[in-house]
Write a protein that binds this ligand. Structure first.
Ligand code: C2E
Ligand code: MG
Ligand code: MG
Ligand code: MG
Length: 274
């Protein structure tokens, strides 16, 4: 690790706690203004059917440019959750994504898949804001998928059940994101009726080291409970072919496309179909 630190830069070893706290404070202040300042945008990454190569859905991924620098969602989403801004930000993404999907749906019957934070999901107003996003965009609920990270399901079972039922009764579909990286209880997979399992890209990368155990186990579980499967992080043709042969239904990754601005996405749809 030590040799990666360039002379003149602040390395891990001399960055003070004070510096990192100050940086986080600046990001918090920045996040509070980000919607008004129009610093957010949403990019979309296609998800493809491994068997017939048809486009099934596109995942909405939030981007934030702060002082002309992109900040990674892995970094700012947890901060937004901590300071209670995730509801407002999540609502913004949901509305943007539903509107964008109605634009591309003209001619392309492709669903949009939106990441929803646990905190956002559990909020009393979440179902209301879901209804509002569907109504004001006019998007058919069948064309909306919500991606929820597996770790959600650890506690508060009844509440999760209620929210999931409310979502499902609207015909919106639910994907379990990053499957295999958290600690979900298998019994909950049985009780709650989700629609898809997304296999985390870490397990796709493991194929390189000859390890496919987790993927095989996940496929068995998915089959047992009647879930479709999606594999993330497909970077090569070899990944795509092997996973399809193993029985994974849908594929997503740089091999097909990077996350794209909505205009480029519709171009990509057209090129891909030829
Ligand atoms: P995720 O939902 O698991 O999204 C997949 C991530 O993998 C995305 O990173 C995507 O750009 C990246 N990716 C896609 N294909 C490949 C590939 O072939 N190779 C590699 N190495 N990476 C690939 P991104 O956009 O940086 O997002 C990171 C995470 O931030 C997401 O993980 C999701 O958990 C969260 N996130 C993004 N947008 C939102 C949002 O609107 N709301 C919430 N709550 N979370 C979001
Ligand atoms: Mg996701
Ligand atoms: Mg994921
Ligand atoms: Mg992931």
């Amino acid at each position: 690790e030590q040799k990666r630190i360039q002379p003149g830069t602040v390395g891990v070893f001399n960055a003070t706690i004070y510096d990192s706290l100050r940086k986080e404070q600046a990001l918090r202040d920045g996040l509070r203004q980000a919607i008004n300042r129009r610093e957010f945008s949403v990019v979309y990454q296609p998800i493809v059917n491994g068997l017939d190569n048809g486009v099934w859905a596109a995942e909405a991924l939030l981007r934030w440019t702060f002082h002309d620098t992109p900040v990674r969602p892995d970094y700012f989403i947890p901060i937004a959750e901590k300071i209670g801004l995730i509801h407002e930000i999540g609502d913004w993404v949901l509305n943007r994504a539903c509107i964008d999907a109605t634009q591309w749906s003209l001619g392309h019957n492709v669903a949009v898949s939106v990441n929803v934070s646990v905190i956002q999901l559990m909020d009393n107003n979440f179902i209301q804001s879901l209804d509002r996003a569907l109504k004001s965009s006019g998007l058919a609920p069948e064309r909306l998928h919500l991606e929820i990270t597996e770790s959600v399901f650890a506690d508060n079972r009844e509440r999760v059940q209620r929210q999931v039922n409310a979502i499902k009764s609207r015909a919106v579909q639910i994907s379990i994101d990053d499957f295999g990286t958290g600690f979900s209880s298998l019994s909950q997979l049985q009780t709650l009726n989700f629609d898809h399992i997304k296999i985390d890209r870490a397990f796709v990368q493991n194929l390189e080291e000859g390890s496919d155990t987790i993927i095989r186990a996940t496929l068995l579980i998915a089959k047992e409970f009647g879930y479709k499967t999606v594999a993330e992080g497909i970077e090569t043709r070899d990944h795509a072919e092997r996973l399809t042969r193993m029985g994974v239904d849908f594929l997503q990754g740089y091999y097909y496309a990077r996350p794209l601005p909505v205009r480029e996405l519709t171009n990509w749809f057209e090129q891909h179909q030829q």
